[in-house]
Design a protein around this ligand. Structure first.
Ligand code: ZN
Length: 242
C-alpha cells in the first residue's frame, strides 16, 4: 500500500504551494483519493490519471478537506463524461456541497457513512469512525495488501485512534497545534497525536495538518517524544510504502 501526500497544510494553505489536506492511497489495483482540500486536485494529477480513480472519501465539510471535489466534478462531467464515481461522506454533506453546482448530473455516487460503518471498494476495505470535531467528521481506516492505515481526519481528544483495532501499520494523524499554545479544543496538538498513536500500538506515525505558522521541527520533536519513537512529517508529493 502506497500513501502519497497531496497536501497537508492545516486549515488554510501555506505559502509556496502548500495545499490543504489530501492523500492518494494505492493498494492492489485501487486508487483512492482521501480528502479534497484546496490545491490537492492539481497535485493529484501529478500522481495518478483521473480516469484511474476508484473512489473518493471526504472526511468532513470544512473547505480545507472538501472544496476540490468541484474540480473533479468539472473534469469528470465535461471532460471525461464519466458517471457514478463513489464518494463517501458523512451525513448531510452532499446537500451542502450541491449549492454551488445546482446538480451533479450523476457524476458521483454519494454514499453516506457514519460511526462503525464498513465497506469494500475494489481491493481495499474501508472502516469509519466519528471523530471529535464540530461538523460530522469521520476518521477512516484503509486495509489492503495486508496493511492497515488509519487517518484521523480532524479531531480533538474526545476521539482517539484506539477507536480502531490496535497495531495499525501507519497512523496518519492531524497535529494542528503545539501543546503549550493549543488555542482551541477542536484539533490535536503534536503531543496528543503522539500519545493517541502510542496508546493504540501504532507501528509508525506521520504528523499532518500542521498550522502553517508553527515551526514543524518543534512539532516533530513534541510528537516523537509522546509517541516514543521518531515520527514522520507529511510533505506535499512525498510517497511512503506502508
Ligand atoms: Zn482541517
Amino acid at each position: 500500500m502506497d500513501l502519497t501526500v497531496l497536501g497537508c497544510s492545516g486549515s488554510y494553505g501555506a505559502p509556496a504551494g502548500g495545499a490543504c489536506s489530501g492523500y492518494l492511497i494505492r493498494s492492489g489495483g485501487t486508487a483512492l483519493w482521501v480528502d479534497c482540500g484546496n490545491g490537492t486536485f492539481a497535485n493529484l494529477q501529478r500522481h495518478v490519471a483521473v480516469e484511474d480513480l476508484d473512489g473518493v472519501v471526504i472526511t468532513h465539510g470544512h473547505p480545507d478537506h472538501s472544496v476540490d471535489i468541484y474540480g473533479l466534478h468539472v473534469l469528470l462531467r465535461y471532460g471525461l463524461e464519466r458517471k457514478g464515481l463513489p464518494v463517501f461522506t458523512p451525513e448531510g454533506l452532499e446537500p451542502e456541497l450541491r449549492h454551488l453546482v445546482r446538480d451533479w448530473d450523476d457524476t458521483f455516487d454519494w454514499i453516506e457513512v457514519g460511526d462503525g460503518d464498513r465497506t469494500t471498494l475494489a481491493d481495499v476495505e474501508l472502516a469509519f469512525s466519528r471523530t471529535d470535531h464540530p461538523p460530522p467528521t469521520v476518521a477512516v481506516e484503509i486495509t489492503g495488501d495486508d496493511k492497515r492505515l488509519v487517518y484521523t481526519a480532524d479531531t480533538n481528544t474526545g476521539w482517539t485512534v484506539g477507536a480502531f483495532a490496535p497495531g495499525a501499520d501507519l497512523v496518519l494523524s492531524e497535529a494542528t497545534y503545539q501543546h503549550a499554545t493549543k488555542p482551541a479544543p477542536i484539533h490535536l496538538s503534536a503531543r496528543e497525536a503522539g500519545e493517541g498513536a502510542r496508546e493504540a500500538g501504532a507501528r509508525k506515525l506521520m504528523l499532518t495538518h500542521l498550522w502553517p505558522r508553527l515551526d514543524p521541527v518543534l512539532s516533530v520533536a513534541e510528537g516523537s517524544e509522546a509517541f516514543g519513537a521518531a515520527v514522520m512529517l507529511a510533505a506535499p508529493h512525498m510517497t511512503v510504502t506502508i
